[in-house]
Write a protein that binds this ligand. Structure first.
Ligand code: PMP
Length: 317
C-alpha cells in the first residue's frame, strides 16, 4: 500500500517546438536521438494555477524557471535562442492555444535531438519543446509524508552538474523513489556522498528546531529550488521563525520539531515520519501547513502578497 497517486490528466494536444505551436503528434522525437541514449538535455517543471473567481490562469514563477533553464543550458553548452521573456510569452501562448482552464504542469525540454550515436555534447542538433499536462488532483498527502533515508546517495557536482536540471541525472532519484515506495514509504530522502542531508527526490528539505528552520546549503549537491528560494523569503515574512542555509546532519532529521519538503510540484508537504521515527506530533506541522496555505494563495493570486511571482495568461478587458 502506498499513498502515491497520479494527479495528472491527459496531456494537452498542442505543444510548442522551437517556438511554433504544433499538434503533439507532429513533435515526435527519433529513437536515434542522442538524448534518448545518454540523457543529454535539460528540463524544467513549472506550475500554472487556475483561479475560478478571477476566471484567470496564473503562471507561477515562469521567469525564474526559464532563468534556471538558461543556466542549465549554459552549464551543458546547449544553445537556447529564446530569451526568458520570449519563453514566458511562448508558454502563455501555448496555455491559451490549449484553452487550459484548470491547474496545469508545464514541461520545457531542451535536448540533443540529433541522430548522432557517439557520446558528446558538441555538434549535435538540439530542440526546445514545451508541453502542458492538466493537474487534476493534489500531489500532497494531507496526512503528511512518511519518508526513508535512501540507500542511494545524491550524485556529486564533481561527477554531474547538479545545478543544471539534467535529464540523465534523474535515474538516481527515480531508483530512490522506487526503493522507498516498495518499502512502504511515500518518499526518499537523499544524503550527499559524505553523508550530509541533501534533498528529497524532486524537492528540497527544511528542518525546524524551535524558531529556526534550516535547509542544506547550495554546495551540498542540491538543486537550487525555486520553492526553497520562495520559502527563504516567506518564512521571516509570515512566521516568527528565521531560516538559515547550512549543512544538515542525518540525525537532525529524526530530532527535528518539524520537517517539510518544498518543490514546484507539491509546493510544501509535511514530513510526519522518517525511518519509523515520528516527527513532532506525528501530524503535519503547523508552520508547514501555514506556509503551504500562503504559497498556494500567492500562486492563485488570492492575496496581494508577492504578485510579482505570478503572470496572468488570459488577457482581460
Ligand atoms: N530538487 C530536485 C532534484 C528537483 O527535481 C526539484 C524540482 N524541480 C527540486 C529540488 C525543487 O525545485 P523547485 O522548487 O524549483 O521545483
Amino acid at each position: 500500500m502506498t499513498n502515491v497517486h497520479n494527479p495528472f490528466g491527459a496531456p494537452c494536444p498542442q505543444v510548442a517546438v522551437e517556438g511554433e505551436i504544433v499538434p503533439a503528434d507532429e513533435a515526435r522525437i527519433s529513437v536515434h536521438a542522442n538524448a534518448l541514449s545518454y540523457g543529454t538535455g535539460t528540463f524544467e517543471g513549472i506550475r500554472a494555477f487556475w483561479n475560478a473567481e478571477h476566471e484567470q490562469l496564473y503562471l507561477f514563477e515562469g521567469a525564474a524557471h526559464y532563468q534556471r533553464l538558461h543556466r542549465s543550458a549554459r552549464i551543458l553548452g546547449l544553445p537556447l535562442r529564446f530569451s526568458v521573456d520570449e519563453l514566458v510569452a511562448m508558454t502563455h501562448d501555448l496555455l491559451r492555444a490549449n484553452d487550459v482552464r484548470t491547474d496545469a504542469y508545464v514541461r520545457p525540454l531542451l535536448l540533443l535531438s540529433g541522430e548522432v550515436l557517439p557520446v558528446r555534447m558538441h555538434d549535435i542538433d538540439s530542440r526546445l519543446s514545451i508541453a502542458v499536462t492538466p493537474v487534476v488532483g493534489d500531489y500532497a498527502n494531507p496526512s503528511g509524508l512518511r519518508c526513508m533515508v535512501s540507500t542511494w546517495r545524491r550524485a556529486s557536482d564533481a561527477s554531474t552538474p547538479i545545478r543544471a536540471k539534467v535529464i540523465g541525472s534523474y535515474v538516481g532519484p527515480a531508483l530512490a523513489k522506487t526503493e522507498a515506495v516498495r518499502a512502504g514509504y511515500d518518499e526518499a530522502l537523499m544524503l550527499t556522498g559524505d553523508g550530509f542531508v541533501a534533498e528529497a527526490t524532486t524537492a528540497n528539505i527544511m528542518v525546524r528546531f524551535g524558531k529556526t528552520w534550516s535547509t542544506p546549503i547550495g554546495t551540498d549537491d542540491i538543486l537550487a529550488g525555486i520553492t526553497r528560494q520562495q520559502l527563504l523569503e516567506l518564512i521571516p515574512e509570515i512566521t516568527t521563525a528565521k531560516v538559515d542555509e547550512r549543512r544538515v546532519h542525518r540525525s537532525e532529521l529524526y530530532a527535528a520539531d518539524e520537517v517539510l519538503l518544498c518543490g514546484t510540484a507539491s509546493i510544501v508537504s509535511s514530513v510526519v515520519d522518517i525511518d519509523g521515527r515520528r516527527i513532532g506530533s506525528g501530524r503535519p506541522g503547523e508552520q508547514a501547513l501555514r506556509l503551504r496555505h500562503d504559497l498556494q494563495a500567492i500562486a492563485r493570486r488570492q492575496t496581494t502578497q508577492h504578485q510579482e511571482w505570478t503572470t496572468a495568461v488570459y488577457e482581460k478587458e
